[in-house]
Ligand binder design. Structure first.
Ligand code: NDP
Length: 455
């Protein structure tokens, strides 16, 4: 007879697994959070599918292939010398060259980049394109720096990073604090160091190998994913009141697509606070925000002065009643209380433009309330998908039209949605998109690792 006292429950398996992860990566709280969010779905899936057992895949996938840290020394406009820390986490190249953004922000740490690289591996798998997962960056703060200071920092950063990347090895892109200006400086220095013009970075300008739609792709994709989720329920985005956080790359293009598709975005934010415009942010106001943020590099509070609306300093927008919410700023910007407020105010769907913007307790609130929840690794995969297509265009030495790439983006988001339905639909018809994304993302990477044997 089977001795049931010997069988571990699902929660014991999860606790034992997380104990090892925490012991091996002490104090890396964001990394623990990302692994836990994944393991909650994937460990039970492995327990039910013997073909994924016996290869210690879970531990292999929580240990990055390689962690690189380095000193970045640079000189400011007054001749003062500064030292920052640079990183590249090459998490897993089972299904393609490492791929993932660079983040320049004072909050950058090993823990933050390890969580982002871990998530990136499964997000890239979901896109269906051959890309492994990585992330990098620095604790450098671009705010308040002159263009020349940004250039000197980027050149110094690339003077070490170039040894570790390459078009078939690792292809970085942008993320928080790294946009077109920074990618241009980084690419210029790479090209000078290796004396080769190759597609080693994505998010480049159109003049030197960039792709149409790349700046737009993450924000647009996040909205496409929400539309796919709504369509599956027989609803549409038209006329819906929407909260957006952030006012950077992802937020700007999310708002643009919401306006185009007849929704009403009413908030945007930055790290100092948020604005609420009950009449809705329209194209003219968005153009003004784009100039404010991308050219003048000002604060969102100026919008309130310009358009006579309310500004909420030091707050996030989740207390405003809405139909849909799009967190597009940073990690852990929606907590349990925020989530309860959103649901209580009638919010029926969340699509995450940012990475891990909802903490574990917020996610529990969404899933318990059975509202639509598009997790980051699915909902914001559009950016890296078009980056993957920028790599293809660079290899082919050609460029595709905006229309072609926008169609590809729509198809890729729809395929990701389908994969989530396949693995996340519950007996009562509710779709747990987080579980769907976790399992679909895991399977492809796991199948590759099994095929390679013990490497
Ligand atoms: P940007 O640097 O262009 O914009 C970031 C925005 O978020 C700014 O408005 C910034 O405000 C705000 N923000 C940053 N940190 C904080 C914070 N700690 N608290 C409150 N607000 C904050 O970055 P992106 O738009 O590129 O990235 C936004 C999110 O989307 C990130 O989570 C990123 O990882 C994710 N993402 C981005 C992709 C891309 O293609 N760019 C792809 C996939 C995911 P402020 O100006 O005051 O700093």
């Amino acid at each position: 007879m089977l001795d049931t006292s010997q069988l571990k429950t699902e929660s014991q398996i999860l606790d034992d697994f997380m104990r090892v992860v925490i012991q091996r990566n002490p104090a890396e709280t964001e990394f623990h959070q990302a692994v836990l969010e994944f393991a909650k779905d994937v460990l039970p899936f492995v327990a039910e599918n013997p073909e994924y057992q016996g290869a210690n895949l879970s531990q292999r996938l929580t240990e990055p292939d390689r962690v690189i840290t380095f000193r970045v020394t640079w000189e400011d406009d007054d001749g003062k010398i500064h030292v920052n820390r640079g990183y590249r986490i090459q998490h897993c190249n089972a299904i393609g060259p490492y791929k993932g953004g660079l983040r320049f922000h004072p909050s950058v740490s090993l823990s933050v980049l390890k969580f982002l690289a871990f998530e990136q591996t499964f997000k890239n798998s979901l896109t269906g394109l051959p890309m492994g997962g990585a992330k990098g960056g620095s604790d450098f703060d671009p705010k308040g720096k002159s263009d020349r200071e940004i250039m000197r920092f980027c050149q110094s950063f690339m003077t070490e990073l170039y040894r570790h990347i390459g078009p078939d090895t690792d292809v970085p892109a942008g993320d928080i604090g790294v946009g077109g200006r920074e990618i241009s400086y980084l690419f210029g220095q790479y090209k000078r160091l290796v004396n080769q013009f190759t597609g080693v970075l994505t998010g480049k300008s159109m003049e030197f190998g960039g792709s149409q739609i790349r700046p737009e792709a993450t924000g647009y994709g996040t909205i496409y994913f929400m539309e796919d989720m709504l369509r599956h329920k027989g609803q549409s985005i038209k006329g819906k009141t929407c909260l957006v956080s952030g006012s950077g790359n992802v937020a700007q293009f999310a708002v643009e697509k919401l306006i185009q598709h007849g929704a009403k975005p009413v908030t945007m934010s930055d790290s100092s606070g948020f604005i609420h415009d009950p009449a809705g942010i329209d194209n003219e106001k968005l153009t003004w925000i784009t100039e404010l943020k991308n050219v003048r590099r000002g604060r969102i509070s100026e919008y309130a002065e310009k358009y006579g609306v309310e500004y909420f300093p030091g707050q996030r927008p989740w207390s405003i009643p809405c139909d849909l919410a799009f967190p597009c700023a940073t990690q852990n910007e929606v907590n349990r209380e925020d989530a309860k407020t959103l649901v209580g105010n009638g919010c029926i769907g969340i699509s995450e433009g940012a990475n891990m913007p909802s903490d574990m307790e917020a996610i529990d609130v969404y899933l318990e309330a059975k509202i639509l929840y598009g997790p980051a690794k699915a909902a914001n995969a559009g950016g890296v998908a078009i980056s993957g297509l920028e790599m293809s265009q660079n290899s082919l030495r050609m460029s595709w039209t905006r229309e072609t790439l926008n169609d590809h983006l729509g198809d890729i988001m729809r395929n990701i949605h389908e994969s989530c339905l396949e693995h996340g639909t519950e007996p009562d018809g509710y779709v747990n998109y987080l579980r769907g994304a976790n399992i679909a993302g895991f399977k492809k990477v796991a199948n590759a690792l099994l095929a390679y044997g013990v490497v």
